[in-house]
Design a protein around this ligand. Structure first.
Ligand SMILES: [Zn+2]
Length: 411
């Protein structure tokens, strides 16, 4: 157990900041949050406790090639079979690969992240490797495995009629045995019949389904040519995904379709910008009422530091709202905290209340650039750097503790 005294805590689903005389945890749960009064500003610093962050779109398998695809297009860098990422992943041994992934998961913990949803390449062995890294670090990896290769040739995909080949079906079953769910690069990698089969397999095993949609216009255009409708409409109808990532070039009709379907979307504007793609319509997506999450996408493309993503997304959203007033910075922070429940369920509430999991991050607002903040939520979203993270806890266990943090904890 542990206890922090006289700290700011972002409490409940709204993440409202309160000055609290006591924040305490026993075993894996929060045992007390004693609130004094709401607090927006600080005069002389404080520790600030926020819910543990969730990164809802990663590819940590390629974190061992930082910035390796610089100068390459999306297709040259990231598409199978000849893209940079897949060639390099095929060339690295497991013994070399695992320590890279472990180190990057530790970096995530060091930057306040307690869990991530990973779109894992390389079939069942890829999922097993990430499972091992998660076990070593304590960071929760929700692993969505994808096929080791596209199971259809271009002509078969164009005809859009074939069922899943037997070998692919067996690989899908092996992926679902190793992983928490299934993912693919695009809807255009499988036929409509194959998507229905994947949906049935995942439903039977009670696993998650996720997909990349509308990262660029090509996703929609190829889908229209092959199947007569765009990739988002196909995904929702055939595959019924729990999570849709990107929505970068979504138009008004597609945003309305997402919202009416009740599906959750993860945005990753830094990755989109880094690939020279349009910036996602954050304002329109927020106004649609869809449940939104944030991700940092490929490890080779971006550092998995969610504070950078929060800052970028908040400012992008403000620019799109166009009045410097909207949105509330806490609406952006909820995309990395409370909104996760929409995908991962009630045991991942993403918020801090008595009796809920002791999954939290302690920020050092005694630092000179934070100690006199006049708006705690805005400073969390725009000014906190990795060095300001003092500790990251998941289910009562420390994933990261800075030197000196233990002196603030009353045992
Ligand atoms: Zn991805």
């Amino acid at each position: 157990m542990g206890s922090l005294r006289d700290v700011i805590v972002l409490v409940g689903p709204s993440l409202e900041p309160w000055r609290c005389s006591r924040f305490e945890w026993r075993s894996d749960s929060i045992s007390a949050i004693d609130r004094d009064e709401p607090a927006l500003a600080l005069e002389r610093g404080s520790l600030v406790v926020i819910p543990g962050l969730y990164n809802s779109h990663t590819h940590m398998g390629d974190s061992c090639f930082p910035d390796g695809a610089t100068g390459l297009t999306l297709e040259q860098g990231f598409f199978r079979p000849e893209g940079f990422k897949y060639r390099r992943l095929a060339s690295i041994s497991r013994a070399e690969h695992l320590p890279h992934v472990v180190n990057h998961l530790r970096y995530m913990a060091r930057t306040g992240t307690v869990g991530h949803i990973d779109f894992r390449e390389q079939g069942p062995p890829g999922s097993e490797l990430l499972r091992e890294a998660s076990r070593v670090t304590g960071v929760e990896s929700v692993i969505l495995g994808q096929f080791s290769g596209v199971p259809f040739d271009d002509a078969t995909l164009a005809a859009n009629d074939a069922p899943l080949p037997e070998a692919a079906r067996r690989e899908a079953e092996a992926i679902l045995a190793a992983a928490d769910g299934f993912s693919e690069s695009t809807m255009n990698d499988l036929t409509d019949r194959a998507w229905r089969e994947i949906r049935e397999l995942t439903q039977k095993s009670g696993k998650l389904r996720a997909i990349h949609c509308l990262e660029n216009a090509g996703y929609r255009d190829v889908s229209l040519a092959r199947a007569g409708r765009g990739d988002l409409a196909r995904a929702i109808d055939l595959y019924d995904p729990h999570l849709i990532v990107h929505m970068t070039v979504a138009n008004d009709a597609e945003i309305a379709l997402l919202a009416s379907s009740g599906k959750t979307a993860a945005l990753n504007p830094r990755a989109n910008a880094n690939l020279g793609l349009p910036l996602p319509p954050v304002r329109a997506l927020m106004e649609s009422g869809a449940n939104l999450l944030l991700g940092t996408d490929n490890g080779l493309l971006n550092s998995p530091n969610l504070f950078a993503e929060l800052d970028f997304t908040y400012k992008l959203a403000k620019s799109q709202f166009g009045d410097a007033v909207r949105p509330d910075p806490l609406a952006i922070l909820r995309m990395a905290t409370a909104n996760i429940q929409g995908v991962l369920g009630n045991d991942h509430p993403g918020r801090l209340e008595r009796g809920l999991p002791a999954t939290f991050v302690v920020l050092d607002f005694n630092q000179p650039h934070l100690r006199a903040t006049e708006h705690i939520p805005a400073s969390i979203v725009t000014r906190v750097t990795p060095e300001d993270v003092l500790a990251t806890f998941r289910m009562g266990k420390p994933l990261f503790q800075a030197e000196g943090f233990s002196s603030a904890v009353i045992p």
